[in-house]
Design a protein around this ligand. Structure first.
Ligand SMILES: [Ca+2]
Ligand SMILES: [Ca+2]
Length: 418
């Protein structure tokens, strides 16, 4: 009996030690932010909807069929103008099982980036609400995400841009895009030409106003409709500085070019209003196709006046993040727009161009043609999102002054060794 008690005590003690060791290890295993490296990821999650009915939003497609089998919901689905959307609304069974499958496949992708450590900052598009974003972050506890932010915007389906990060959040706000307001605030081509000519006669080319969008450039805007807002999140870098993230999801190719021009203009305006020395980058799904960019120069001219575009400085052998089967066309729908100071050596934090990459290391990301595999109704063995994410790294390098200091220090230590 005594031996049995002794044995029981030893087993219990070992269990206690084992349990405390594992919980200690678990704590220790949480991924921490590095002092001099921030890993960024932008990813269109393709409809991360929860399974509940969000009031005032057209989210009926993403409900379990058990709820949808009522005249109320069937009537709602019948209000969809397109036959395809009507059918999807009626047929899709967005159950808890499918929702969990969607999240686990997204986690499979996200957890593979940054050598399996997950991104430090994830900008996620097509998220229905903060609850869905929290469910996603909660499914990756090892990544130690401190910031999970999404502010409800006016989009009719209810999709928004969210930010998840290991960095703590200092502030956040949503910029609502009003197409009409921005359109009429723009100058006419005539006014812009006059301003340019005035500068030219002064022969002061350095003070020439940069290319500015003219009202004529957005003359295709015929109606004002509620679109996704731009999510501004101020994060705290390891050195205490602020990093402003502008998460964007521009109108799709179903809308004409002017709508995307307006959101690019809005991003430039927001950037100008931020503190002068603020570190800022924009990221998201810009919905600009390769064909449209070649013709209308949205990245090449308009965005390039204020930003450095990720696929122009890196990712040289990448085809794109989105594939249009009908047009057989790859496009960079997903991009990072870096402020110039992040690429020209003027700031301690710099983008590493070699780190810019399209990420597709999860088997779920492919369809049978080898392009991004849609999740759709979640019934197929692969498929997670119709976009492939884009990743990039910010690296902190000592500025010129600090380099001088370290040179001095190494000199002294060399002298000492001699
Ligand atoms: Ca919902
Ligand atoms: Ca929403």
């Amino acid at each position: 009996m005594k031996t049995q008690i002794k044995h029981f005590a030893i087993v219990s003690l070992s269990l206690v030690i084992f349990t405390s060791c594992t919980s200690f290890n678990k704590k220790k295993e949480l991924v921490q932010v590095k002092d001099s490296e921030i890993f960024l990821m932008t990813y269109n999650l393709e409809n991360l909807f929860d399974t509940k009915d969000d009031e005032g939003k057209n989210d009926e497609e993403f409900l379990p069929r058990s709820i949808k089998n009522t005249t109320y919901y069937q009537n709602l689905c019948f209000t969809r103008t397109s036959k395809r959307f009507r059918q999807e609304c009626l047929d899709k069974d967005w159950s808890e099982t499918i929702y969990k499958r969607k999240i686990s496949r997204l986690v499979d992708v996200i957890s593979r980036v940054n050598d399996g450590n997950g991104p430090d900052v994830l900008i996620a598009e097509e998220v229905e609400n903060i609850h869905a974003l929290k469910d996603l972050a909660a499914a990756m506890p090892q990544f130690n995400y401190k910031t999970v932010e999404l502010i409800e915007g006016p989009d009719e389906r209810g999709i928004d841009v969210g930010v998840i990060s290991r960095l703590p959040m200092k502030s956040s706000m949503l910029h609502v895009v009003d197409f009409e307001k921005i359109k009429y605030s723009l100058k006419t081509q005539e006014q812009l030409t006059k301003e340019r000519t005035a500068h030219l006669t002064k022969k002061d080319e350095n003070s020439l106003p940069e290319f500015t969008l003219a009202r004529e450039d957005v003359s295709d805007i015929k109606e004002n409709y509620p679109t996704r807002g731009i999510l501004q999140v101020e994060l705290e870098l390891p050195d205490g500085e602020s990093l402003y993230v502008l998460g964007a999801h521009l109108p799709s190719q179903r809308s004409s070019t002017g709508y995307r021009r307006v959101v690019l203009e809005k991003l430039s305006q927001i950037k100008k209003e931020l503190p002068e020395k603020a570190l800022v980058f924009a990221a998201g799904d810009f919905n600009i196709s390769a064909g449209e960019d070649a013709q209308k120069r949205l990245y090449g001219e308009q965005a390039a006046r204020d930003w450095v575009i990720s696929h122009k400085i890196g990712c040289k052998s990448c085809a794109g993040t989105y594939y249009y089967h009908r047009k057989r066309e790859w496009s960079f729908f997903d991009v990072f727009l870096f402020e110039k100071e992040l690429t020209n050596g003027q700031n301690e934090w710099q983008v590493d161009p070699n780190s810019i990459a399209v990420f597709n290391k999860s088997l779920y990301q492919f369809n049978r043609w080898g392009s991004p595999g849609r999740f759709g109704n979640g019934k197929h063995s692969t498929g997670v999102s119709d976009h492939w994410p884009l990743v990039a790294k910010l690296v902190r390098t000592p500025n010129a002054e600090q380099k001088e200091d370290s040179k001095e220090n190494s000199k002294t230590s060399e002298e000492v060794t001699q």
